[in-house]
Every structure is written in C-alpha cells, then in structure tokens.
Write a protein that binds this ligand. Structure first.
Ligand code: AMP
Ligand code: MG
Length: 320
C-alpha cells in the first residue's frame, strides 16, 4: 500500500524522480506525474490501464505558467481562466512541443487546469514542471474523492498519496474549448455551465461520445461501478425488483424508502442540495458497489446547476 501523508516535500521529491503521487484537488484526486517527462507520463497510462487515445489534463499554479506549455490563451478562454481559476475548469489550448505527444494523445491541443486545493497549489508552486494528473482510478471506474479511495485501487502501484481530505466539489472539472469563435463545453463537471454563460454568453454543450470524439475520453460507459446500475423512477423500480426477488441497493437524491433496509440505501443530499449531492456522488457509488446486493437502483436529479453534471455521470454509469 502507498504511504499517505501531508508532506509536500516528500511528494515533490518523488515527482522529481519521475515517480507518481496521488494528489488532492477540489474536483477529485489526481494521479500526478511530471508532464514534461515522457517516462513519467507513460507510467500514468500504465498505472491506470488507460488507453493511449485518452489525453491527460495538465495542472499548473498560475496563468503565466500556462504559457510554458501552451502557445496562447484565446481571449474568451482567458476571461474564463481569470474568473474561475483556481477552480474546477479545464481549458483546451494549442500545445507547445515541449510536451511529450503521449500527454495529449497526439492532439495539437492541451487540456489545462489550475486546481483550487491548498495542498496541491502549494505543491505545484514549488515544482519547476507542470503535472499531468488524470483522476487516480483504474480506467473506466469511479473517480476517487478521498485518499483512501486512491489507496484502495492504486496503492500497490504508487509510493505516496498526499492527503487533502474529502474533495469539496467531488466531480471532475468542466472542460471548455473554443471552435470558430464559439465556446464549447466538452465535459460537464464541477463548474456549472450557467456560470460560464454569465461570463461569455451562450455556449454549445457537446458532451456526447462517438468513435472519434473531440474529447476522446468521454466514453459512454465511464464512471461505472462494477454492479449493474439501473436508472428510473425509484418507487417503480423498487416494486419491480422486490417482485422479481432480485437483491438491490438504492441511491436516491433525497428520499428515504421505508420498504428498503436502511443499510441498503444512500441519500445524496437529505436537504436536496445539488452541490452536496455532487460532493457525495462518487463515495456513494463506491459504497453501493461493495454492498451485498446484485443491482444498484437510482434516479436522475433535477437538470439544473451541478445536477446536470451529476446526471451525466449517472447516465454513463448506467450505460454498461
Ligand atoms: P481525467 O481522467 O479527468 O483527467 O480526464 C481527462 C479528459 O480530458 C480526457 O478524457 C478528455 O476527455 C479530456 N481531454 C484531455 N485533453 C484533451 C484534449 N487535448 N482535447 C480534448 N479533450 C481533452
Ligand atoms: Mg478520469
């Protein structure tokens, strides 16, 4: 198992040697490695079992430093960066050749973020290279929102996890780029699209996958627990599965179901708060996945605010 602690100097020393470190951010935990070191980058793909067509997000500590590895920041995207960084926003920018091709899966754009978590900010400010850091989970599985989640799944493959507590936002970053002067959202995430529109006007949301998606990692069946995950009207589903005699657990937005044992149901937010639901989502999915049942039953949240991004993850989880 990995060592878990809050020693930034130790994390830095591992990263400088080309090793990988689990790092906390406000979205989810990342699997960080030196983005300029092709061996470290290759190790990230191998450790996650991530296909090489799925490019990594590069993390740094300031807008000025973004230009170490991006050619420029188009004006509309700079507005967004200035407003929401540090925060759960990733921008797609033209890449410089200093980045190994593997980082961007051969694309000529690079995904960039300045994360908001105090520990990772301090770490990034003290490094003289940016970090490539995809979510610290095996490819296709649920993203980690606590240090122990990282340790459970990747602990035998990395030396150190920087423990920053539970991730405040709990969903991956919102990915934004620009195409022919139009701002495009490629992945719904921890920054509400509405907030982006308040700054730059209407945006296009293009988060669907195909065999050749523009945002390549957006496969339909992502973020998936290992158990079948069924979405629908919970009252109806519960009756149906009780009749069928199939064991199940329930993931609801706020409702408690009297006919289901308390230990087999989780409410994402008893007060029906969408941000709280987002923060709890991935830990809840993990907990449900370890329960002694055959199926997970769940429902969509209101399609507003972070509810849109949560619903995106729920739909992907149910697409297997
Ligand atoms: P994560 O596992 O959260 O780090 O996800 C990274 C995701 O960012 C990838 O799966 C892609 O969908 C997206 N991404 C990264 N780099 C690019 C890029 N250059 N162009 C488009 N999408 C990108
Ligand atoms: Mg991921």
């Amino acid at each position: 198992m990995a060592e878990i602690g809050q020693d930034i100097a130790k994390a830095k020393a591992f990263l400088e040697k080309g090793e990988l470190v689990g790092i906390p951010t406000e979205t989810v935990y990342g699997l960080g490695g030196n983005a300029l070191n092709p061996d470290a980058v290759a190790k990230i793909f191998a450790t996650k079992n991530r296909p090489e067509f799925d490019p990594l997000i590069i993390h740094t500590s300031s807008i000025e430093r973004v230009l170490e590895f991006a050619v420029e920041i188009p004006e509309v995207l700079r507005l967004l960066g200035e407003k929401f960084w540090p925060g759960p926003l990733t921008l797609l920018l033209p890449k410089k050749n200093i980045l190994p091709d593997l980082v961007t899966s051969g694309l000529d754009t690079v995904a960039v973020r300045i994360p908001g978590h105090a520990l990772s900010r301090e770490l990034l400010s003290g490094l003289d290279f940016p970090l490539a850091a995809p979510s610290a989970n095996p490819f296709g599985y649920i993203s980690p929102t606590k240090a122990s989640h990282v340790n459970d799944q990747l602990g035998d493959k990395i030396p150190y996890i920087l423990d920053g507590g539970t991730c405040e936002v709990g969903l991956e970053s919102t990915i934004v780029g620009v195409e022919r002067d139009k701002v495009v959202v490629y992945r719904l995430g921890g920054l509400d699209v509405k907030e982006i529109e308040d700054v730059v006007g209407d945006v296009r949301v293009m988060t669907h996958s195909s065999s050749n998606p523009k945002s390549p990692g957006m496969l339909k069946n992502h973020y998936a627990p290992t158990k079948p995950f069924v979405l629908g009207n919970l009252k109806t589903l519960i009756k149906e599965y009780q009749l069928k005699g199939v064991t199940f657990a329930v993931l609801s937005f706020r409702d408690v179901f009297k006919t289901v044992p308390i230990g087999q149901q989780i409410q994402l937010s008893p007060s029906a708060n969408l941000n709280e639901a987002a923060k709890n989502l991935f830990a809840a999915m993990r907990a449900l996945d370890t329960m002694d049942v055959s199926v997970i039953l769940s429902e969509l949240l209101p399609e507003q605010g972070l509810g849109r991004a949560v619903n995106d993850r729920l739909r992907r989880a149910s697409a297997n």
